[in-house]
Design a protein around this ligand. Structure first.
Ligand code: NAI
Length: 331
């Protein structure tokens, strides 16, 4: 039998946490043969709710779940973890300045970076979900210098999956037959959902999405804005932000990272830019990646047209500005 893996979920008493922890305990994230020990961190005002979640985990009698740590102590939460899913953060409230929200999150991610660096298992993989996800991940990276930069990522898989979902609805095909959409850049409305390399499995072989949709106007306008604005549409409909789809996509992100992507398939992950595709190095930017042996690699050599280039640059620009804002909060 495999040794259990320790998985940290911060903000575990929140909405995404509530959807995510049962998925992890069921093996959705790490595989149906991988026992897990869940570490759940939240803050003191949420401690009762956190303990309630722990009670439900016990009640659900998950065979793969070998232990639960529920705590408000970041050191205890981070100790020995192999995977860290950072969902906790400070939400933007009505009337709050962008800088104030950034400042709160910078201080959270700075201190949690230190706790992870000092106490997580070697080679711990980190996924930041909490917004501003890319910039929180960047702060975490900067303040955990001994964690390799390749181990720190942010979630854009939800946006990626939304893009696959929109294509599948439009073409009336199974979502599992659609692949290789790309989310470039920031997990914000400046992101660029790109289907220039996406394909659909058909009875006559794999076909480019552009050929099947045959309506460039829709692909270049409504498709993009629907994916960019999907988070807002969910809030409008549900009065709460996406939780089940965020949790499921976080599982997809970690599962592919740890267990690999299928041959010929790439997925989107926010990773530390090495300057690929002319994206400024030193940003956490969403790229197409393949994963193997527990590591991601940016897919190289995809042709980029002028339309895409402009959108990729605009979202990079936004991330550079967010980075500057985050740094200004440090002083
Ligand atoms: P929520 O407000 O329901 O839960 C957040 C939890 O974090 C709360 O329980 C809160 O007490 C906790 N928390 C706050 N500060 C903390 C700290 N310093 N340490 C540990 N826990 C802390 O929010 P929800 O809906 O679960 O969303 C969580 C985050 O994920 C938000 O920032 C949201 O914007 C983001 N998000 C990101 C997505 C993505 O695709 N990257 C998609 C959807 C949401």
């Amino acid at each position: 039998a495999k040794e259990p893996m320790r998985v940290l979920v911060t903000g575990a008493a929140g909405q995404i946490g509530y959807a995510l922890v049962p998925m992890i305990a069921r093996g959705v994230m790490l595989g149906a043969d991988q026992p897990v020990i869940l570490h759940m961190l939240d803050i003191p005002p949420a401690v009762e709710a956190l303990n309630g979640v722990k009670m439900e985990l016990v009640d659900a009698a998950f065979p793969l779940l070998k232990g639960v740590v529920a705590t408000t102590d970041a050191v205890e939460a981070c100790t020995g973890v192999n995977v860290a899913v950072m969902v906790g953060g400070f939400p933007r409230k009505e009337g709050m300045e962008r800088k104030d929200v950034m400042s709160k999150n910078v201080s959270i991610y700075k201190s949690q970076a230190s706790a992870l660096e000092a106490h997580a298992a070697p080679n711990c993989k980190v996924l930041v979900v909490a917004n501003p996800a890319n910039t929180n991940a960047l702060i975490l990276k900067e303040f955990a210098p001994s964690i390799p930069e390749k181990n720190i990522t942010c979630l854009t898989r939800l946006d990626h999956n939304r893009a696959l979902g929109q294509i599948s609805e439009r073409l009336n095909v199974q979502v599992s037959d659609v692949k290789n959409a790309i989310i470039w850049g920031n997990h914000s409305s400046s992101q660029y959902p790109d289907v220039n390399h996406a394909t659909v499995k058909t009875p006559n072989g794999e076909k480019p999405v552009r050929e099947l949709v045959a309506n460039d106007e829709w692909l270049n306008t409504e498709f993009i804005s629907t994916v960019q604005q999907r988070g807002a549409a969910i809030i409008k409909a549900r009065k709460f932000s996406s939780a089940l789809s965020a949790a499921s996509s976080a599982c997809d992100h970690i599962r592919n990272w740890v267990l690999g992507t299928p041959e010929g398939t790439f997925v989107s992950m926010g990773v530390y830019s090495d300057g690929s595709y002319g994206v400024p190095a030193g940003l956490i930017y969403s790229f197409p990646v393949t994963c193997s042996g527990g590591d991601w690699t940016i897919v190289q050599g995809l042709p980029i047209d002028k339309f895409s280039r402009e959108k990729m640059d605009a979202t990079a620009q936004e991330l550079s500005e967010e980075k500057a804002l985050a740094y200004s909060c440090l002083n």
